[in-house]
Design a protein around this ligand. Structure first.
Ligand SMILES: [Zn+2]
Length: 165
């Protein structure tokens, strides 16, 4: 047990306990980087000394529940990143997935290097969300075509693209 921690851990557990060991010793959880917290959470079993501080361990476990690991994109589809940009993720002939960003004004899809890294399954758009965006920009988000057919304007997506999703 670290005596340093015992000082702060009085009757009630601190809401933001500090890391008890290693390079991050003394750093409150709220200031530790995400990969480090995930590393601790994965290594409790292998390194029992990291769980000496029950408050620290419990707080990291609680943090993990509220911060589930982003799930890597496994299949094609439509996505929206944190900045609100819409992407179509598609499979290359070589087999890997890549993302193209929709330019709402032109309806063009452009390649932006590294954009797959900012997307996860959490960013996947539902069909309803695609329709909502389509109505807002007047284009089918899947192919970028302007919506002109009254039925498509109403739905916010082209009929062929709707079936593709
Ligand atoms: Zn379309």
């Amino acid at each position: 047990m670290t005596t340093q921690f015992a000082k702060t851990n009085q009757e009630t557990q601190p809401a933001d306990p500090a890391c008890p060991v290693g390079k991050w010793k003394g750093t409150p959880i709220s200031q530790m980087p995400e990969p480090t917290l995930r590393w601790f959470a994965k290594n409790w079993q292998a390194n029992p000394r990291y769980s000496d501080s029950v408050a620290f361990r419990e707080a990291v476990d609680a943090w993990l529940i509220s911060h589930p690991e982003p799930q890597r994109i496994q299949r094609e589809g439509m996505f929206r990143d944190e900045q609100g940009r819409v992407f179509r993720v598609q499979q290359a002939q070589a087999g890997h997935l890549y993302a193209l960003m929709l330019e709402p004004a032109s309806g063009q899809f452009v390649y932006i290097r590294g954009s797959m890294g900012g997307l996860s399954e959490a960013n996947r758009l539902t069909l309803d969300q695609c329709k909502e965006i389509g109505k807002a920009i007047g284009r089918c988000v899947v192919c970028g075509a302007r919506l002109t057919d009254p039925a498509s304007v109403e739905r916010g997506i082209g009929p062929i693209c709707e079936r593709r999703l």
